[in-house]
Design a protein around this ligand. Structure first.
Ligand code: DLL
Length: 429
């Protein structure tokens, strides 16, 4: 099913024309912003130098730091009276990044969410529980208006009060839920403890943080849903940038609205098609905040397999952020790799936490793992066996020795929004 068949299946040559036209528009729009006037001047480039899509490489990147330096409204390209809403990023350090929207921006954003939801078969007959934070986080209102647009019945439950959320799913006959994968896991846990099977639930939309294929298998099994990955970032409206179709093999990026490049995060060089690197996006229709070559920090690759659904080029699932990468004793480790290993082990329960310390000038990684009730016989030697097995599996995948500490089921923190499972204590020691 399509929301906007013409745009979703646009021919590559037509798409290229449209992208070029819109890229030129974005560059003109960006000229309303002092930062870009300065950056273009420094790079010795004028909007008229953009004649082909490849000319985008002549343009300077925009970093998150530059966006933050413009706090709060310094990068808006329209007068404040045209801004009808602001959101902020969910960053935890320093001031948040503020993003703004014109009326047309909000319209474009809902259109993208509507495409995504229709793509996975949702429509007027669905009851959609939006179990993410409503407020400054873009996940709440972003999905809310997209879901209303397709005519679904929206239950704006937000997060928290998990038992009540479960009752609502049951009482209202909710067919689709949207939340972070971490919260979905918690919902599954609480539903099980209440003896609820949530039979009406068919679809789970999960995003806002990396989650592994093992996590997908677990969520699908425990919630009885088909799980779909949803990617986005506040700087590009929010959710809606790329989304999985029923093929579950990569996420369709909406190329009429976002020009995507993959670069080497160290050199800034553009990588060959199919290579994994940092995703750089130039939005093509954003009025209030027209960013140029924005470095997302997210790691993925452009896929070249044609999708049977007929939509455009996909990106691979996001394995982590280039700045999320931990370097432990010289070895690069993505938290998502740790998660992938742990979730595949029956000995491992719901949650884990990773701590990184520097002991005698050496990095030490300790992983606290809740053990699963099923995997533990009650015998002490069983604990040692489980600990060894988990450490071995981690060693095989990461190439790193880690200390594993088993803890009681239910003893580690649960997350309603994005999870924070890695605590790097090297800097503060
Ligand atoms: O997380 C927008 C969103 C809301 C996306 C709801 C999907 C669902 P921010 O708070 O600005 O916006 O955080 C954006 O989260 O750069 C990625 O690092 C990460 N992220 C988002 N979606 C995914 C995903 C929202 N599906 C940052 N897989 C991004 C992996 C994701 N990481």
């Amino acid at each position: 099913m399509f929301w906007n068949r013409a745009m979703e299946t646009i021919r590559p040559d037509e798409l290229a024309d449209l992208q070029l036209k819109r890229l030129k528009w974005t560059i003109h729009q960006a000229q309303n912003v002092g930062l870009y006037r300065r950056k273009f001047k420094e790079a010795g480039i004028s909007p008229d130098d953009i004649r082909t899509l490849d000319d985008v490489e002549k343009l300077p990147f925009t970093s998150k730091k530059e966006l933050q330096a413009g706090y709060p409204f310094g990068l808006f390209a329209v007068p404040m009276r045209e801004i009808v809403r602001v959101h902020t990023t969910s960053g935890t350090t320093g001031k948040p990044t503020v993003v703004g929207y014109t009326r047309q921006d909000l319209e474009n954003w809902s259109e993208l969410i509507a495409r995504n939801m229709t793509m996975i078969g949702l429509g007027e007959d669905d009851i959609f529980q939006n179990a993410v934070n409503y407020g400054l986080f873009t996940g709440g209102l972003g999905f809310h208006y997209g879901a209303e647009k397709i005519g679904a019945t929206v239950v704006p439950s937000a997060t928290g009060n998990t038992r009540r959320q479960i009752e609502m799913i049951e009482d209202f006959g909710v067919t689709a839920i949207h939340c972070t994968p971490s919260y979905a896991l918690h919902l599954a846990e609480v539903a099980e403890s209440m003896g609820k099977t949530l039979d009406t639930l068919k679809i789970g939309i999960f995003g806002a943080e990396p989650w592994s294929e093992s996590m997908r298998a677990e969520l699908e099994r425990r919630l009885g849903v088909k799980a779909f990955d949803s990617y986005g970032l506040s700087e590009m409206y929010g959710p809606g940038v790329a989304f999985e179709c029923p093929e579950h093999n990569g996420l369709h990026l909406w190329h009429d609205c976002y020009l995507a490049e993959i670069i080497d995060p160290k050199t800034g060089e553009r990588l060959a098609p199919g290579e994994r690197g940092e995703l750089v996006i130039t939005p093509l229709v954003k009025e209030a905040l027209p960013l140029v070559r924005y470095r997302t920090g997210d790691v993925t690759r452009l896929m070249d397999d044609e999708c049977t659904c007929g939509r455009g080029q996909k990106i691979a699932r996001l394995t982590g952020r280039s700045d999320d990468m931990l370097v432990i004793r010289g070895i690069n480790v993505f938290p998502s790799q740790i998660e992938h290993v742990l979730r595949a082990l029956p000995e491992v329960g719901e949650q884990f936490m990773v701590y990184i310390d520097r002991v005698n000038h050496l990095d030490e990684m300790t992983i606290e793992v809740e053990m699963s009730k099923a995997g533990f016989s009650g015998e002490l030697q069983d604990l040692t066996r489980m600990q060894k097995k988990i450490a071995n599996e981690l060693h095989n995948t990461l190439g790193l020795r880690t200390a594993v500490r088993l803890v009681e089921p239910g003893s580690l923190p649960r997350f309603e929004g994005k999870a924070k499972r890695v605590i790097d204590r090297r800097g503060i020691l």
